[in-house]
Design a protein around this ligand. Sequence first.
Ligand code: CMP
Length: 138
Amino acid sequence: AGNKTLTIIKPFAVKKRNLGAILAKIEESGFRFCAIKTLKLDKHEAEDFYVEHKGKPFFDELTDFMSSGPITAAILEKENAVEDFRFLIGATDPTEAKEGTIRKMFATDKAHNAIHGSDSDESAERECNFFFSRRELL
Ligand code: CMP
């Protein structure tokens, strides 16, 4: 398994000032920050990022939300990064997320679920390249 994953701290989490707490939780859980930036996506960029969900009923809501305010994107490093990080963030729907997971602690609902984590090594590579230039990929 690869040792990198891509995370996004989503707009409401940044707006509610949970950014520092979430980043601390990630670091405490054994992940190293390789690269990090705060930016705002426009609607078209959000559609590009989530292209694999195009056609799904929640696509428009998802891309509206993800382009609604600042997000923080980061490349995280750890052995077995993708799988371990998905365990740390918990289920997509926070009502199903286990105690101690980031979504249990910080998410509002399925659409506003505080944080993203890549779902495979292939997605991680694509998503890291989406947000970071070659110079930023350490
Ligand atoms: P994320 O891990 O960023 O990847 C796809 C996102 O789609 C997911 O988090 C959810 O926020 C969102 N999503 C998935 N299912 C639904 C749904 N039924 N309604 C709204 N958003 C959803």
